[in-house]
Structures are given as C-alpha cells and as structure tokens.
Design a protein around this ligand. Structure first.
Ligand SMILES: O=P(O)(O)OC[C@H]1O[C@H](OP(=O)(O)OP(=O)(O)O)[C@H](O)[C@@H]1O
Ligand SMILES: O=c1cc[nH]c(=O)[nH]1
Ligand SMILES: [Mg+2]
Length: 211
C-alpha cells in the first residue's frame, strides 16, 4: 500500500483532541492547521534540493534550495481549506490550486462545482489537502483532474483515512503517496469514517456539529 501513517507523538495527541465529541469549532480549526503543518514536514522529506552559491557573512558559501518549479497546494473545498494555512506556514511561496467537490449524500459520489488551477501543472509537484479520505471518490476525482493537466508528482495529505478510500486511491493511482495522521477502521452505512472525526467540513466552517 502506498500510504505513510505519521506516527509522531504530537500528531497522535492532536488528532485525539479533534476526536472529542465536544471539540469546539475554534479548537478543531486550530488543530487541523497544526496537524497540516506537521504533516507537511514529513510529506516534503524527499523533495529534491540543489546547491547554489550565496554571499555569507564570511564570504561565498554553498547553500541548498528546493529544486524545480514551486509546489502547488491543492485544497479540496471546503474542508481542505482548513489545512491550507498550516502548509503555507512551511511553504509560503506555494501556488494554490483550488478544487471544489461536494459529496452527494445519497450516492456518495463527488460532484464538481469549482476548479481553478495554477499554470504549469506539468512542472510542479502537487500536495492535495483534504482532512477526510472516506470512499476515496473525491481524492480520485482530484488526482484525475491534476493528471489531466500533466501533473506527475502528486501526494495526498489527509488527517484520517478509511481502508476503503486508501484501497481505491492505491488501485487507481498507485503512484500517489497518501500521508495520513491515522488509518481508521471502516466506513459506516452513511459513508462516514469510524471512528473518524465526524463531518470535518461542517466542524471547520461551523455549519453543524454532528456526524
Ligand atoms: O472520500 P469521499 O467519500 O469522497 O469523502 C471525502 C470527502 O467528503 C468530505 O467533503 P464534503 O463532500 O462533505 O464537502 P465539504 O468539505 O464541503 O463538507 C471530505 O472533506 C472529502 O472531500
Ligand atoms: O467521515 C467523513 C466522511 C466524509 N466526510 C467527512 O467530513 N467525514
Ligand atoms: Mg462535509
């Protein structure tokens, strides 16, 4: 399976706080951002670097910088927006490509309602952001879109993944690594991850406080 579960004590601690039934909107939002920041550190570990010369205080020295075209971060609306600032804390120059998808509550299929990608997608690594990987339909639709624009280096950052979603993404796009804070147990009959977080979009935006 092409998945990295980030088993860091801070990640486990913060994700558990998010699972508390009475976690407030403000706290949920803060924790989402903090986890995204920690996950970015791990997900960018294999980025290529190149050497270049800089003027240091004692003369010319050889430094290193990330090689190639600037990464594009791809939040999936709405919930993925909650992770965006955490990623930008570590990669302030990232270009932002926005994908709007709403899961149909009956069919659980993703319905597209917005799309605005940056230029030169074929030259940039992409980090897709979405707190929840449930059936995997929204993630596969997003990867399909990015690949249709020529994107070849794609990673997916999610807070919680269901085995069903991981299998779908791995089957359809085995080249895409999923980074997650937790691999949970299963999907319930309504397509919610168990134990999961409930409806992450509703919790981040304050539209509802139940699963
Ligand atoms: O893996 P899937 O089965 O596709 O489900 C996961 C998707 O569902 C949620 O979004 P939702 O459709 O609720 O939209 P929202 O972010 O606006 O709440 C979540 O944020 C993912 O995008
Ligand atoms: O558990 C789930 C599944 C899909 N979307 C969510 O926000 N939560
Ligand atoms: Mg939602």
């Amino acid at each position: 399976m092409n998945i990295t579960v980030i088993n860091h004590p801070l990640v486990k601690h913060k994700l558990t706080l998010m699972r508390e039934a009475d976690c407030s909107t403000g706290k949920f939002r803060t924790l989402t951002k903090e986890l995204a920041r920690l996950m970015t550190y791990e997900a960018t570990r294999d980025f290529d670097v190149e050497e270049y010369e800089i003027d240091g205080w004692c003369g010319t020295i050889t430094g290193q910088r990330i090689k190639g075209k600037t990464v594009t971060v791809v939040p999936i609306l709405r919930a993925g927006l909650g992770m965006l600032d955490g990623v930008l804390d570590l990669i302030p120059s990232a270009k932002i490509s926005v994908v709007g998808l709403q899961r149909d509550e009956t069919t659980l299929q993703p319905v597209s309602y917005f799309e605005k990608l940056v230029d030169k997608m074929d030259e940039r690594p992409a980090l897709i952001l979405d707190p929840m990987l449930a059936t995997g339909g929204s993630m596969v639709a997003t990867i399909n879109l990015l690949k249709s624009k020529g994107c070849r280096n794609i990673k997916a950052l999610v807070l919680v993944a269901a085995p069903e979603g991981v299998k779908l993404v791995n089957d359809v796009h085995p080249d895409v690594t999923i980074y997650t804070a937790a691999l949970d147990s299963y999907l319930n009959e309504d397509g919610y991850i168990i134990p999961g977080l409930g409806d992450a979009g509703d919790k981040i935006f304050g539209t509802k406080h139940c699963a």
